[in-house]
Write a protein that binds this ligand. Structure first.
Ligand code: SF4
Ligand code: SF4
Length: 320
């Protein structure tokens, strides 16, 4: 029977079948499998945490889990990341009470500024406030640390009386879902309540973000609106920005968008702003974020990242 992939086994379960190496550029480069990787702490930050290896491993062993365990022991300082994300430098929060809160994360406003504004404008008259802030995933992946961010987020949500988070980012969604005690829903579930979702009729070549590799709970919330979707990128493991690995593996990080480009397919879609933005930065022109289509903004990913996050940091809420 095919594994349902709900648990992750220790690397000692390895039967040396070679599937993980065959499907991963990083493991191939160092000519190792996941069991070997578990003994190579020096490669902790060379793994993109994409978990393609887990998807193909007959013994359900996860490279993501191995890399995070290595990283916990390394204690790399990540001074810039700490400076940027703890607390998030471009955050925009308010003291307004809001039982539901649209949580954009950090990259959505950075790459999709007009869509961000439109979503704020849709929800603001309904008494639904927004938060631009970091969910804590990058620091967790770097240092295994979440306590400070968790305390900050819990304080923010408690002060605002938040009961439900509406999440715009798949990384925030999958990272926070088991870590906070607040109900979560996807942007598309909320759009559904207001009849905003609409059908994308064309053949849509879908790039799934890494956290949705095995189970796709976010995709499921809008799948019926993409009846002609195609899973065309099973051999592109990551957008290239996963797992803080880009600086150690620049060539592999550059090869991922190139692979997408080489396929030369029309109508590329994803639902991760980070993937969208990174592909656009690397010359993939025809990629659209599902949220920008559903809101009729139809914005191409905007690569003026810092200009965008800065302008949204100072976005003024309607004070009524
Ligand atoms: S998580 Fe991704 S990059 Fe890391 S070993 Fe697995 S397939 Fe390779
Ligand atoms: S796919 Fe799994 S069982 Fe096969 S070599 Fe890799 S870790 Fe071992």
């Amino acid at each position: 029977m095919r594994s349902q992939k709900v648990i992750k086994n220790p690397p000692e379960f390895c039967i040396d079948c070679g599937a993980c190496t065959k499907h991963c550029e990083f493991l191939t480069k160092y000519d190792i499998n996941l069991l070997d990787f578990s003994k190579r702490k020096d490669l902790a930050f060379n793994c993109f945490l994409c978990d393609k290896c887990y998807a193909v491993c007959p013994k359900d062993i996860s490279g993501n889990e191995i890399a995070l365990k290595h990283r916990e022991q390394i204690k790399k300082p990540f001074r810039y990341l700490n400076f940027l994300k703890s607390p998030y430098l471009y955050a925009n929060n308010s003291a307004k009470k809001s039982r539901e809160l649209v949580f954009f994360g950090c990259n959505f406003p950075g790459f999709l500024p007009r869509t961000t504004r439109k979503i704020i404008e849709i929800f603001e008259p309904l008494g639904i406030d927004f938060s631009i802030d970091c969910c804590g995933k990058p620091l967790f992946e770097g240092q295994g640390q979440f306590d400070r961010t968790k305390a900050h987020l819990n304080e923010l949500f408690a002060a605002k009386g938040v009961e439900t988070l509406i999440l715009a980012c798949p990384n925030c969604y999958h990272f926070l879902k088991d870590k906070i005690d607040i109900k979560i829903k996807t942007l598309y579930e909320k759009f559904e309540e207001f009849g905003l979702n609409h059908e994308i009729k064309e053949e849509a070549h879908m790039f799934y973000p890494c956290p949705e590799r095995i189970h796709k709970p976010i995709f499921e919330t809008f799948k019926k609106y993409v009846p002609n979707y195609k899973t065309s990128f099973t051999d592109v493991n990551c957008c290239g920005l996963g797992g803080l690995a880009k600086s150690n593996e620049p060539q592999i990080a550059a090869d991922y968008p190139q692979k997408l480009k080489d396929k030369n397919l029309p109508n590329l879609y994803t639902y991760c702003a980070t993937c969208c933005g990174n592909f656009a930065k690397n010359g993939v022109q025809n990629i659209k974020h599902i949220a920008t289509v559903m809101t009729d903004v139809n914005e191409s990913p905007n690569t003026n990242y810092f200009k965008n996050v800065l302008s949204l940091k100072f976005y003024k809420r309607n004070r009524k």
